[in-house]
Design a protein. Sequence first.
Lengths: 256, 97
Amino acid sequence: MTAFWMLAPLMVLAALGLIFLRNAVHAALCLAVVMISLAVLYAAQDAPFLFAVQIIVYTGAIMMLFLFVLMLVGVDVSDQVRETIAGQKLIATILGLGFGIVAVLAIGQTVAAATVGLDGANENGNPYGLAKLLFGKYVLAFEFTSALLITAAVGAMVLAHKERLRAPVTQAELAAQRMRDYAESGRHPGNAPTPGVFARHNAVDTPALLPDGTPLEESISQSIVARGQLREGYDDDIDELREQLEGSEDEAGEEK
Amino acid sequence: MTEYLTLSLILFTIGAVGVLVRRNAIVVFMCIELMLNATNLAFVSFSRQHGNLDGQVAAFFVMVVAAAEVVVGLAIIVSIYRTRRSASVDDASLLKS
């Protein structure tokens, strides 16, 4: 039970992180903590085969898949605070707490028979016992999982495959498009200005300043804006600086 | 035995609340995985309680189904993201009206 009492609070904390952490990557790391701890609990409960499978399949394959998709989709701020259904979070929390309390009370009131233990079932080794069940009693279910896995693989390929609808745009066409944009709407054909240059903070999360002191939003990388990492309060900085400059000009004028 | 079941229930409840509360489709998926893992813990505990391996076989099948489900689900999320540029479950509401 030592492993259980060491890991259980950690697992509950990590699971709570899945609800409360805004960043999806942090949530994924919390889930990995829960899964590895579960693997240890399986090992503690005489299930060495499931211990290995849990580590290989869950933390190895599934978590990797999650992180890959996070990488593809990008870490954006899609977890907005606005609720589509009013009071949904509150209702969900109350319902969840109610369910948890009722279920834990129900478990507490049941009278469990003495634990038999798996020493008898595992006498030839745990994988041997599992294989005997899988290829004996549950062989039909096992056959069906092969159909399921093939369907899933084909489904994923069909869903993730992107049919190219038009020919890829070449560099020459892109250049021609830029010049056309410039002729029609006056959009600058050259590189976008770099952020942070001629700004008060020399960093990529700060927009560059135009000669008249107004910030140029286009100089910030789109991904920084999407992640919500744009430095806030630079307007105040600029106003403060402008006041100082105007103040010093006034003083200079008065002295004359 | 009871401790393991209680932990399993707590994890399941946290996963269920997460599915209802979170808006990011990928995090919702992770919460579903948490619920599946919690049931697996209960299966393994019952297996030891009853002294036979059927519970462990059930947990094994749950893992297989979870793997298939994650593959298809994440492919759907990626294809939705491609067309709508968003991974929020609130934005995928085309069928609503």
